[in-house]
Design a protein around this ligand. Structure first.
Ligand code: HEC
Ligand code: HEC
Length: 320
């Protein structure tokens, strides 16, 4: 159903009086009803261009330095290779995995999560601030370590110029955007929509039993129209998925390099014209296929999981 905002508001005032004045906020610009603050997980790619909160058009933001960084953080999130080029040798944007700029249900949404940090991080065995978490996404999902390999060859430790840190301007801007997405949320209260991209434990198939061949045929049937047979992504309007493998993809230390984690992304947000249509089992076979492919090497894997057990689905990590 398409209806303009004034029409919705008008009908509401007639039916329910002033109590309905909030209704327009609960729909996207084209009239799709929201799920809480988020784009619903079952809508198809038609909503790919919509943002429940968009700092570029939000009149509550002013000319301050903070507002400018919130807007830049959003632009980095949407076009990471273009806006944060020095940390993004890959062709992957944050938005490729966190759909609708981190505002879509069951696509790793980031609304209201800023107030949950600092939080214990299993992979690094210590407390993580929001900025630590963002740095990790740059290092791994954006393969920032690949940039440092090329331009810092022979340089060690603190002299590395192209590794992002908690105070890099790009990281601060993305942090400003994600923190803005948590305005009005309660600090320390876990949002109900967080952590939903998981395959239920009872449906997990042991990694050794997953069949990348089966995954490959599913991929050819259900995914190549947008991702290409080479997995590098086909433009759909002005949208292009990130490369799913190869030198321009996320590296092998990324969360998506874990089979169950990747299956959890795919299970609920893909295929984009019919999200939720794969079974738990199918999502795992496809993920096993994608994570059987070569991708850039994250050079610090041996420093991960210093205290916790290496997860069973970390297929790119040497067993220890
Ligand atoms: C290849 C997919 C992918 C890309 C690209 C990606 N992320 Fe993520 N992100 C993930 C996954 C998967 C998780 C959850 C990891 C886990 O299981 O803990 C995550 C988690 C996060 C979290 C923590 C969310 C929470 O609820 O605790 C933040 C913040 C985040 N990402 C920000 C970013 C930013 C900023 C970028 C771009 C610089 C980015 N991500 C790019 C896959 C991705
Ligand atoms: C109708 C087009 C379409 C189909 C079909 C589709 N995807 Fe996607 N996919 C996209 C788009 C577009 C994005 C990026 C989303 C964005 O940036 O808004 C994406 C993102 C992804 C991502 C995030 C990582 C990255 O590098 O972009 C994964 C993983 C993924 N798709 C897997 C799959 C799998 C597996 C299938 C088949 C089961 C599939 N997709 C089918 C359009 C599609």
């Amino acid at each position: 159903m398409k209806c303009s905002l004034p029409a919705v508001a008008g009908a509401c005032v007639l039916l329910f009086g002033a109590a309905c004045s909030r209704v327009p906020e609960r729909r996207t610009a084209s009239g799709v009803p929201l799920s809480g603050p988020l784009i619903p997980s079952r809508t198809t790619m038609v909503t790919a261009w919509e943002f429940p909160k968009n700092p570029l058009v939000d009149s509550a933001l002013d000319d301050s330095r903070l507002s400018a960084d919130i807007r830049w953080g959003f632009r980095i999130f949407m076009n990471t290779p273009g806006e944060a080029a020095r940390f993004t040798p890959s062709k992957v944007s944050c938005n490729n995995c966190h759909l609708n700029a981190g505002q879509r249900e069951k696509s790793l949404p980031l609304v209201g999560v800023a107030g949950m940090f600092p939080e214990y991080n299993r992979r690094s065995g210590r407390l993580y601030s929001l900025n630590d978490r963002i740095v990790d996404c740059f290092l791994r999902s954006e393969n920032a370590t690949g940039a440092s390999e090329a331009s810092d060859a022979g340089v060690t430790g603190n002299e590395r110029k192209t590794l992002p840190s908690q105070t890099s301007t790009e990281v601060l801007a993305v942090s400003a955007y994600i923190t803005w997405l948590a305005r009005g949320s309660e600090v320390g209260k876990n949002p109900a929509w967080r952590g939903q991209n998981v395959i239920p434990t009872g449906a997990l198939i042991p990694v050794a039993k997953l069949d990348p061949q089966k995954g490959a045929s599913l991929f050819n049937e259900r995914c190549t129209s947008c991702h290409g047979t080479d997995g590098q992504g086909v433009a759909v309007g002005d949208k292009k998925p990130g490369p799913l493998w190869g030198p321009d993809s996320w590296n092998d230390g990324a969360g998506a390099g874990r089979v169950y984690t990747l299956a959890g992304i795919i299970r609920y947000s893909m295929p984009y014209l019919d999200p939720g249509s794969l079974t738990d089992e199918e999502a795992q076979h496809v993920a096993a296929f994608i994570d059987s492919k070569p991708r850039p090497v994250y050079p610090f894997k041996q420093q991960d999981y210093p205290t916790e057990k290496l997860p069973a689905d970390s297929v790119y990590y040497p067993r220890r």
